[in-house]
Design a protein around this ligand. Structure first.
Ligand code: SF4
Length: 350
C-alpha cells in the first residue's frame, strides 16, 4: 500500500499545499504551537495569533517563565484555554526535565501535558522526521473512505484498525509531508459532504469512491446534544470599578469572568444568592441576553447590573477569588470570548 498511496498523494501535495507560516520551519516549538492552536480553530484565525504569540514568547524557556495570565491574555479569543495552560506546563516540563530542548522521541513527546497521539505524531513526523502517523478528524475521514471502513469510527477498535492501515501506508521518506498531505486532502477535496472525488489524486485507489458511498462515511454514532445552562452574568459595580472572579472550575480555568450564577431564572433569586455570598447589592437594570456555545454546554446568559452598596472586604474578595477592577485593568485581564458582550457592557458602566 505504501507507494500506491504516498506517490500520487505527495505529488498532489507538492502542487496543492497552502503556504502557511508553520510550513516554512522545522523548529519543533513552532510546529507544536501551530498544532495546538489549530485544534478547533480555523487556519486564517490561527495565523495572526501564531505570529503574535511567537513575538511575545519566542522560545520554550520564554514561555515557561512567563506569568500564566500573560499567556492566557495572548490566547484571548482563541478559546479552549486548557490548550494554553497545558502548552505552558509542557514548556516548563521541557525546561526542567529536558534541559530546554524539545524531546526527540515519540514516547517522550506524548508524555508532555496537552499532547495526545495526533499532536505527538504531527510534531514527531513534521519537525523530527519520525515514522509515525498523525491522525486527526480529517485523516479519519480520508482513511475510512480510502480503505472502506464501514464501522463506527468512535469505537476504539475501529480507530486502531484505521491507525494500523495509515501506518502501513506511511512512506519511508517524507513522513511529515505525507501526514500533512492526508490532512490537506481531508481539508480540501475529501470534505465531509459531497467530496470532489473527480479531482482527488487517490480516486483510483479509493474503496468508497468505487462503491459510491463516500457521503455515508465515516460512520459516527449520534452525539449527545450539549447541555443548556441558564446563567445570570452579574455586573457588580462599585464607583468606577467592576467585580471580576478568577475561575477555579475546569471550564475556563484561570480566566476572569463576571459574577456568574447558574440555573437561576428569577431576578429575585440572583439577588438572594448575591446577598448570601455577603455581597450587599442593589439591582439596577437588566442589560439584555446572550448565548455562548461550548463543545459540551451552552450558556444562555442574562446580563444584570447591580450596584454594590459597600466595598467588599479583602477577606470576602479572597474567598470569592474576586477583585474590583478599573476600566483599564479590565482591558488587561484575560477574559474568555463568552464574556465579550458582558465586558462591553461593563465598560460602559464604570
Ligand atoms: S476519492 Fe473521494 S472519497 Fe476517496 S479519498 Fe478521494 S475525495 Fe475522498
Amino acid at each position: 500500500m505504501q507507494h500506491k498511496v504516498s506517490t500520487p498523494l505527495l505529488s498532489w501535495y507538492d502542487e496543492a499545499k497552502r503556504d502557511l507560516p508553520w510550513r516554512r520551519t522545522r523548529n519543533p516549538y513552532y510546529i507544536w504551537l501551530s498544532e495546538i492552536m489549530l485544534q478547533q480553530t480555523r487556519v486564517e484565525t490561527v495565523k495572526d495569533y501564531y505570529k503574535r504569540f511567537l513575538e511575545q514568547f519566542p522560545t520554550i524557556s520564554a514561555l515557561a517563565s512567563a506569568p500564566q495570565e500573560q499567556v492566557l491574555k495572548a490566547w484571548e479569543g482563541l478559546g479552549y484555554y486548557s490548550r494554553a495552560r497545558n502548552l505552558q506546563k509542557a514548556a516548563q516540563v521541557i525546561t526542567n526535565d529536558h534541559g530546554g530542548k524539545f524531546p526527540t522521541t515519540y514516547d517522550q513527546i506524548i508524555k508532555l501535558p496537552g499532547i495526545g497521539p495526533y499532536t505527538a505524531g504531527a510534531i514527531g513526523s513534521i519537525a523530527l522526521g519520525l515514522p509515525v502517523p498523525a491522525i486527526d478528524g480529517n485523516v479519519y475521514r480520508v482513511a475510512s473512505r480510502l480503505f472502506g471502513i464501514r464501522e463506527d469510527v468512535g469505537i476504539p477498535s475501529v480507530q486502531r484498525e484505521i491507525r494500523a492501515l495509515v501506518i502501513d501506508s506511511l512512506p519511508s521518506e517524507r513522513v511529515g509531508d505525507y501526514n500533512q498531505a492526508l490532512m490537506e486532502l481531508g481539508a480540501s477535496h475529501c470534505s465531509p459532504h459531497s467530496p470532489a472525488c473527480d479531482l482527488c489524486p487517490l480516486a483510483q485507489l479509493c474503496d468508497s469512491f468505487e462503491e459510491g458511498d463516500m457521503d455515508l462515511l465515516p460512520i459516527h454514532e449520534k452525539k449527545r446534544p450539549p447541555k443548556e445552562i441558564d446563567l445570570s452574568v452579574c455586573l457588580l459595580t462599585y464607583k468606577h470599578q467592576v467585580l471580576v472572579v478568577k475561575r477555579s472550575e475546569r471550564l475556563l480555568h484561570g480566566l476572569f469572568v463576571f459574577f456568574l450564577i447558574e440555573d437561576v431564572t428569577k431576578l429575585s433569586h440572583s439577588s438572594d444568592i448575591l446577598g448570601e455570598q455577603g455581597l450587599d447589592c442593589k439591582y439596577q437594570s437588566t442589560l439584555g441576553e446572550g448565548k455562548h456555545v461550548f463543545t459540551h454546554r451552552i450558556w444562555n446568559m442574562t446580563y444584570l447590573h447591580f450596584e454594590l452598596q459597600e466595598k467588599p472586604s479583602e477577606a470576602l474578595l479572597h474567598r470569592l477569588h474576586a477583585q474590583l477592577v478599573s476600566k483599564h485593568e479590565l482591558e488587561q485581564l484575560p477574559l474568555p470570548t463568552a464574556m465579550k458582550a458582558a465586558k462591553e457592557k461593563a465598560l460602559t458602566l464604570i
